[in-house]
Design a protein. Structure first.
Length: 138
């Protein structure tokens, strides 16, 4: 097994929410290869919100959330997260990349976009940016 690209990310706590199990597993694998040690996944936005509100050990540092899900949209999840002022970095996973969509998400406080379809390198590069920001702010 190759060493993680960013061992300094081992203590970051990341939550991933996507209703597509294959995407969920793929992103989890990509983040593990990056060096993130604490990853929680769910396919339910409502479960994700509960986990964000009531973390078991410490608050999540980063939250990756799909935009288009049947139970609740990622934009509605983003609104709740920002309303609660949880201080978590919010990364939107989406195929919705029109300027209106990007503007709406930015106005609501999204930290970063990852457009679908994506490559492992694209995800790692973008998440590394957020990870470095998080480590520098501590």
């Amino acid at each position: 097994m190759k060493p993680p690209k960013h061992p300094e990310f081992r203590d970051l706590d990341v939550l991933i929410c996507d209703d597509d199990t294959m995407v969920l597993q793929l992103i989890e694998h990509i983040l593990k290869d990056l060096g993130i040690g604490n990853i929680t996944t769910t396919d339910s936005p409502k479960t994700a919100l509960r986990l964000l509100r009531e973390p078991v050990a410490k608050p999540f540092d980063m939250f990756l959330c799909d935009w288009m899900m049947p139970e609740m949209s990622g934009i509605d999840v983003l609104k709740k997260v920002r309303e609660w002022d949880l201080g978590v970095s919010f990364v939107m996973l989406t195929a919705k990349t029109t300027s209106d969509d990007v503007t709406e998400a930015r106005e609501l406080g999204v930290d970063l976009y990852i457009a679908k379809p994506f490559t492992a390198d694209q995800v790692q590069q973008k998440i590394a940016v957020v990870g470095r920001r998080l480590l520098n702010r501590e």
